[in-house]
Design a protein around this ligand. Structure first.
Ligand code: SF4
Ligand code: SF4
Length: 338
């Protein structure tokens, strides 16, 4: 495996988008572990303390066993489109005689006898909601506000951060960056994620938006990665999505600001076959497809009441499949010049 920065230069960079928060934490740990062992350079997770801890658990396991250490990246948005579900209730109104089934079902021990739910430990799995016979537990959307980014970065200490941006949001992009940098955590890269679809803009407008982010990052002495989102969601893996991702690259590569260009959104096993060798790409991110390939093993491990890392046969098979997705990129012969 090339080092992270070398991979960006050689066009071999591979990132796993692990993403959403409302999932089983064991699955997040396993998914991160499998792709870290398969050789990805970066794992991108939601900006949620519980999710980051689960990801780190998988990464530590892989580092101890295989010596691989991908960057941990956390994703934030300069808009209001990152939502995390959290559960909450007021313990003062619980009847004293309640046997507290909510505490027993919570996989992260987020529910404490007298204090209710500890927000940082809750990752919104929803198990406690039906467990309460009095339906006292409610779910709320927990919007991570820009002013809180620095705090989350201080707590999670990622290697890199990704800012999801959209046209017309340069002012909030800068506020977002300021909040992130308040943490004083030294970041190796700041990825900027944006695409054309869903925004109704053309390639020149997108280029202008990215150049304004470039100027902003330079002012704050930060190094970028430009993540071009072929499709707005990384989970979009249907037929034709690969073409959408590549078409965006072809439109943008000569008019994007300097720095590594990385594809995401709609990327899958076919993406590499549609690219010429001098494609100008620094790398790729896999989201939905990476999870889909490993999901049967995650489900089977769960049925065995084990983590995938504790089930050697399942681990070996899942790792082979993950490598099949990742290896063509790790072995890609392509040289960047940015
Ligand atoms: S069981 Fe409830 S408190 Fe525990 S993580 Fe799931 S949603 Fe949060
Ligand atoms: S199950 Fe419901 S009533 Fe009982 S302690 Fe939990 S939230 Fe309170």
């Amino acid at each position: 495996m090339f080092s992270h920065e070398t991979a960006l230069k050689r066009g071999n960079w591979v990132k796993l988008i692990c993403g959403a928060s409302n999932e089983d934490l064991t699955s997040i740990t396993d998914l991160c572990a499998i792709y870290a062992a398969a050789g990805v350079h970066c794992i991108d997770v939601a900006a949620d303390v519980a999710v980051v801890s689960a990801a780190r658990k998988g990464l530590k396991w892989v580092e101890a066993k295989f010596g691989q250490k991908p960057w941990l990246m956390i994703s934030v948005s300069d808009g209001t489109d990152i939502h995390f579900r959290k559960a909450s209730f007021d313990p003062q109104i619980c009847p004293k005689e309640c046997s507290k089934p909510c505490i027993k079902v919570c996989p992260t021990n987020a529910i404490h006898e007298n204090n209710g739910i500890v927000k940082d430990l809750c990752y919104g799995c929803g198990r406690c909601l039906p467990a309460c016979p009095l339906q006292l537990i409610k779910e709320t959307n927990n919007i991570l506000e820009i002013k809180d980014f620095g705090n989350v970065i201080s707590q999670t200490k990622p290697d890199a951060v990704e800012i999801h941006t959209a046209p017309g949001r340069i002012k909030t992009f800068e506020s977002c960056l300021q909040s992130i940098l308040q943490s004083k955590v030294k970041l190796k890269r700041i990825a900027v994620s944006c695409g054309l679809e869903a925004h109704g803009i053309n390639k020149y407008q997108l280029s202008k938006e990215l150049w304004s982010r470039h100027d902003c990052l330079r002012r704050y002495k930060q190094k970028p990665i430009w993540q071009l989102d072929g499709r707005p969601m990384s989970g979009d893996i249907g037929i034709g999505t690969s073409r959408a991702a590549i078409s965006l690259l072809l439109k943008m590569r000569s008019i994007a600001p300097p720095g590594p260009l990385q594809l995401a959104g709609g990327t899958n096993e076919q993406t590499i076959q549609h690219l010429n060798s001098d494609n100008g790409l620094a790398g790729i991110a896999f989201g939905g497809i990476a999870r889909k390939l490993i999901q049967p093993f995650l489900i089977e491990a769960k049925a065995k009441n084990k983590a995938l890392t504790e089930w050697p046969e399942g681990w070996d098979q899942a790792l082979k499949i993950a490598k099949r997705l990742v290896n063509p990129w790790l072995n890609n012969q392509n040289s960047m010049n940015y």
